[in-house]
Design a protein around this ligand. Structure first.
Ligand code: 5AD
Ligand code: SF4
Length: 456
């Protein structure tokens, strides 16, 4: 009987993209993908270590799996991803976790999974947390298992060498390496032919993408690869994540501006509005240089949305630093933000060099202020969009009402409008009538929106 594999993913888009790679590798070795954990012979949790609560969620889930395993003793349980890389052998100690884990595999060890499972089946525990300087899974065609059939991710580079002091990623995902551009383009082409209309190019720091051809060909930087993918079809939208502010070049801004199908949306994590805090975070830019990048984006692509990540309560952050973060948010007018309380991570430079000295209740209060302000800024941003017409790529039926469709505009804002029979993957021009802080509500119009006009 064919064995079944079930995977659960925690953390970022990179991790979701990795799960698609894992499923492809398991599929090739004869496993059938299942969406039912109770039927599975192999259960993988692809984990995240970015904050303590991300790890706590996984530990809690493992405890739940314990009772499932009691009913199905042959079930193989594996921990993959960043937590596997960070905790290594300690995950295999039953006493640490409260249940037996059979297999631990870091982000560069997924080709080895079938072999690791064989080891488990022969009665051993199996672990591979070796990081690679070369692995990009370039030749693995991901299985798009939780896909809406419209938007997909393509991982273009792995690892990170920025060494932000709070972050586990360099330790968990190793050195930066870029993927062969030919394989990126052929994957994008295949997706387009299958009906996908939106591709997000992924990497911990996509701006560091660099491919040097060995045969005297051109050197391919991020602006070149994004342009090549965008060149596949005007009706294929391209997004990318994530950019580091220190590396967001004028050339990239120009490339976005001159390619209508590269989305008018840039995610540019700022983390803090205080130069002293940014320095301790080792972010390698200042508030002034960050705001200069925002100004360059707004000048070249006025319709571009800018979103960000913010951490409240990093080591040594005082009230003045916090006020400066609020001030920067007002000035940058972020359209959306992911906001977090600082969570000290074992093994990071911040853990070694600084004291996690902002009390939890203060972190919480500052985060609430940041969230409150962002809600206001998002609402204002959405109000500025009322009356405008946007080209919306339909993703499916709205979650709240079956009579409505939902899709996104180029700015990555969710737009909801009445269903008049359009299929997912269709572009519909929608005039915005109302909004909340999270959603634009509109109605379809005949009025055309030439793609290029969205930049003006
Ligand atoms: N504590 C809180 N937030 C963190 N992030 C990364 N590390 C930490 C940490 N130790 C946030 C950053 C990053 C996002 C993915 O997660 O804002 O951009
Ligand atoms: Fe993604 Fe970072 Fe979490 Fe790893 S630790 S899954 S890279 S967010």
């Amino acid at each position: 009987m064919t064995k079944k594999i079930y995977i659960e993913t925690y953390g970022c888009q990179m991790n979701f993209s990795d799960s698609e790679i894992v499923l492809s590798i398991m599929n090739d070795s004869g496993y059938q993908i299942s969406d039912s954990v109770s039927e599975a012979d192999v259960v993988f949790l692809n984990t995240c270590s970015v904050r303590d609560n991300a790890e706590q969620r996984v530990l809690k889930r493992l405890k739940q799996l314990k009772s499932l395993r009691a009913a199905n003793p042959g079930m193989v349980v594996g921990v993959l991803g960043c937590m596997a890389e960070r905790m290594k052998e300690s995950l295999l100690e039953e006493a640490n976790i409260g249940m037996r884990i059979d297999l631990v595999a870091g982000p560069d060890a997924y080709r080895n999974l079938p072999e690791l499972i064989r080891e488990v089946e022969s009665g051993q525990k199996a672990i591979n947390v070796i990081l690679s300087t070369e692995e990009t899974y370039a030749d693995v065609t991901p299985v798009r298992y939780a896909s809406n059939g419209v938007s997909a991710f393509i991982s273009i580079m792995r690892g990170c060498e920025n060494l932000c002091s709070y972050c586990v990623v360099p330790g968990a995902r190793g050195k930066e390496r870029s993927r062969d551009p030919e394989t990126i383009i052929s994957e994008a082409k295949e997706l387009y032919e299958q009906g996908y209309r939106e591709i997000t190019l992924l990497g911990q720091n996509v701006n560091s993408y660099l491919w040097k051809c060995h045969y005297g060909g051109e050197t391919i930087t991020f602006p070149r690869i994004i342009e090549k993918v965008a060149g596949l079809s005007p009706s294929l939208r391209i997004r990318f994540a994530t950019s580091h502010p220190k590396d967001l070049s004028d050339e990239l801004i120009e490339t976005i501006g001159s390619n209508a199908n590269i989305c008018r949306s840039i995610h540019l994590p700022v983390q803090s509005g205080s130069n002293a805090v940014l320095k301790r975070m080792n972010r390698k830019y200042t508030v002034e240089s960050y705001m200069e990048r925002i100004a360059a984006i707004r000048k070249a692509i006025p319709q571009c949305s800018v979103t960000t990540d913010i951490i409240a309560g990093f080591c040594g952050e005082n009230e003045e630093d916090h006020r400066q973060t609020l001030k920067l948010m007002e000035e940058a007018k972020f359209d959306f933000a992911y906001m977090f309380r600082y969570s000290e991570r074992p093994g990071t430079p911040a853990e070694r060099s600084f004291t996690d000295d902002v009390p939890e209740d203060v972190k919480k209060r500052r985060l609430e202020e940041i969230i409150g302000l962002q809600r206001k800024l998002s609402h204002e941003s959405n109000k500025r969009d009322t009356g405008k017409v946007f080209e919306v790529l339909v993703e499916g039926v709205s979650r709240k009402s079956e009579k409505n469709l939902m899709g996104r505009n180029s700015q990555n804002k969710v737009v909801v409008f009445k269903d008049e029979g359009w299929e997912p993957g269709t572009y519909v021009n929608v005039k915005i009538k109302e909004c909340t802080s999270a959603t634009l509500l509109g109605e379809a119009v005949d009025q055309p929106v030439p793609l290029i006009s969205q930049s003006n």
